[in-house]
Design a protein around this ligand. Structure first.
Ligand SMILES: *Cc1c(COP(=O)(O)O)cnc(C)c1O
Length: 474
C-alpha cells in the first residue's frame, strides 16, 4: 500500500489561505525556500486512505480477541466521551489545586475505589503501565528496607511469572531467585522454603497465576514470607478473575499494581496510554511517589508531604485520560464488577472444557479467567505448531491467543475470552479451533503457510525490534 506521501497528487488539496502572509518579520535565513513536502490530496482520497489503513488492523470491534493475560474486554464507548469532556481534556497539569477540583476529586475517588477493590490502604496513580507499576512497587520495597536499615538483595519470582516481574526487580538492583511450579501448576512451597534466606526482600506473585490457576497455598506462602521479614508483591494484571470475590489484602500481599487498561476497560494493544496504579498497606504509605491526591474535608489537594517518598515516577500525575475512563467504568459497573469476574471465569472454563477434547490441557483443573493449552502433541503428530495455529486463526477473523507464554508450557496457547463475549461467539471460536485441528490432521500444508488472507503474511519476529526502521524516505 502506498503512503499518503506517495499518493500526493498536487491537485485537490485544501488551500489554507490565499492571502500572502507578511514574512518580513522573520529573518530571511529562517525562511524556507523549498517545498516542505506535505501531501496535497483531496478530502475524499484522504478519508479512503485512512479507512483502508484502519481496515488492515484487527480490533475488538472486528472480532474475537482471546489474547491471554491482556484482558481484551469490551471498552464502553461512553468512556471515550467522558475522557474527552473539555473540563478534563483541556486542563493544564500546572493549574493550581483550586482550579482543578473536579479532576482532583475524580483521582481521589478513584484511589478510594481501588482501595476498596484491592483491600490496600493507599494508592498512587502515577505509573504509566503494569510494568511501570512493578518498578514503582519494587522501588517502594527497596526503600522500605533501606530506611529500616535491613538491606536485602534478593527477590523471589516463580517460573510462571510474566517476564516484566524479574525485569522490574532487576532494574531496582535486586538479584532474582526463581522458584519452580509444582505438578498442579502452582508455586512449589517446598522449593520456596529452600531458597528463603534473610536476604530475601520480597516475592512477586500473580494470582491467579499466568496459567489461570489460583494459588491455593497463597496464605501459607504469605505467612512464610512475613515470618522471614519479607514482603509480598501482587502482580494485579489478572485482576479480572477475582473482583469482588477476594483481594490481595486478604491473601496477605503488601504491594499491588493494577492494569487499568486491562481490567478497567481502557482500549489498549495499539501501544496507547495505559495506567498501572500501585496500592500499598499502611506501613508502606510513606514511601509512595509524591504527590498523592488527598482530601482535607473541604478541598482536594496534591499532597507532597510524604516522609520517605521514592520521588516522582512520572511527569505530573499519570495518564489522566485513562484514569477518567477507569473511574467511569467502575461507577458504571458498581456491584456488577463481581459479575464481570464471574462471567470471565465461566467463559474461560466453558472454552477450556470444549477445547481440551482436541488440544492438550497440561493442567486439567478449574481455571480462573484464562487457561493454557499446549500444541505440542499436535505438532508431533502433524507438524503444525502453535505458531501455525495462531496464523491460521488470523484467516478466520480471530485474533490469536497469546502464544509461547508462559514458558513452562511447551507450544503454549494462552486463551482469555473475557466476560464481554456471548455464548454464540465462544461456540464459533470452538468451531474454528476444531476446524484448524482437523485441517492439521488432513491438510497440514495449508496451515504451514497461513495466514493467506491478511495484508502482511509471516513477518520476521525479531527484525523490527532489532533494526527498527520507522521513517519513510521518498
Ligand atoms: C500485561 C502484564 C504485565 C505488564 O503490564 P503492562 O501494562 O503491559 O506493562 C505484567 N504482568 C502480567 C501478568 C501481565 O499480563
Amino acid at each position: 500500500m502506498e503512503t499518503i506521501f506517495e499518493k500526493n497528487n498536487n491537485t485537490n488539496g485544501i488551500l489554507l489561505t490565499d492571502e500572502k502572509p507578511d514574512l518580513s518579520i522573520i529573518e530571511s535565513k529562517f525562511l524556507r525556500t523549498d517545498n516542505c513536502g506535505l501531501p496535497d490530496i483531496g478530502e475524499l482520497e484522504v478519508l479512503r486512505h485512512y479507512k483502508e489503513l484502519s481496515d488492515r488492523n484487527f480490533c475488538i470491534e472486528k472480532g474475537f480477541y482471546p489474547l491471554g493475560s491482556c484482558t481484551m474486554k469490551y471498552n464502553p464507548k461512553v468512556n471515550e466521551l467522558l475522557a474527552s469532556l473539555e473540563g478534563f481534556s483541556n486542563l493544564h497539569p500546572s493549574q493550581p489545586d483550586e482550579d482543578c477540583q473536579g479532576a482532583l476529586e475524580l483521582m481521589y475517588k478513584l484511589q478510594e475505589a481501588l482501595k476498596k477493590i484491592t483491600g490496600m490502604d493507599a494508592f498512587t496513580l502515577q505509573p504509566a503501565a503494569g510494568a511501570h507499576g512493578e518498578l514503582t512497587g519494587m522501588m517502594v520495597i527497596k526503600k522500605y528496607f533501606e530506611v529500616k536499615g535491613d538491606v536485602r538483595k534478593k527477590v523471589i519470582v516463580p517460573d510462571s511469572a510474566h517476564g516484566t516481574n524479574p525485569a522490574s526487580a532487576a532494574l531496582c538492583g535486586f538479584e532474582i531467585v526463581q522458584v519452580k511450579s509444582n505438578k498442579k501448576g502452582q508455586v512449589d512451597v517446598e522449593d520456596l522454603k529452600s531458597v528463603l534466606t534473610p536476604e530475601v526482600a520480597a516475592i512477586m506473585m500473580t494470582n491467579p497465576n499466568t496459567l489461570g490457576i489460583f494459588e491455593e497455598q497463597v496464605l501459607e506462602i504469605s505467612k512464610i514470607m512475613h515470618e522471614n521479614g519479607s514482603l509480598l508483591y501482587y502482580d494485579g494484571a489478572n485482576f479480572n478473575a477475582i473482583m469482588g470475590y477476594t483481594n490481595p489484602k486478604l491473601m496477605g500481599f503488601d504491594v499491588v499494581h493494577l492494569n487499568l487498561h486491562k481490567t478497567f476497560a481502557t482500549p489498549h494493544g495499539g501501544g496507547g496510554p495505559g495506567a498501572g496504579p500501585v496500592g500499598v498497606v499502611e506501613n508502606l504509605k510513606e514511601f509512595l511517589p509524591s504527590p498523592v491526591i488527598d482530601f482535607d474535608g473541604e478541598k482536594y489537594f496534591r499532597n507532597y508531604n510524604i516522609k520517605h517518598t521514592i520521588g516522582n515516577v512520572r511527569d505530573f500525575y499519570g495518564s489522566f485520560g485513562v484514569l477518567v475512563r477507569a473511574y467511569a467504568y467502575i461507577l458504571m459497573m458498581g456491584k456488577n464488577l463481581k459479575e464481570a469476574s464471574e462471567n470471565a471465569v465461566l467463559n474461560a472454563n466453558y472454552l477450556k472444557e470444549q477445547l481440551k477434547k482436541y488440544y492438550t490441557l497440561p493442567f486439567d483443573t478449574i481455571c480462573k479467567h484464562e487457561f493454557v493449552l499446549s500444541g505440542e502433541d499436535l505438532k508431533h503428530k502433524t507438524g503444525v505448531s502453535t505458531l501455525n495455529t495462531a496464523k491460521a486463526l488470523m484467516d478466520e477473523n480471530t485474533h490469536p491467543p497469546t502464544v509461547y507464554f508462559p514458558l513452562i508450557v511447551h507450544e503454549a496457547m494462552m486463551i482469555e475470552p473475557t466476560e464481554s463475549e456471548t455464548k454464540e461467539r465462544l461456540d464459533e471460536f470452538v468451531k474454528t479451533m476444531i476446524k484448524i485441528y482437523e485441517e492439521a490432521n488432513t491438510n497440514p500444508e495449508k496451515l504451514l503457510s497461513a495466514p493467506h488472507s491478511t495484508p502482511v503474511k509471516r513477518v520476521d519476529e525479531t527484525l523490527a525490534a532489532r533494526h527498527p526502521d520507522l521513517s519513510f524516505k521518498n
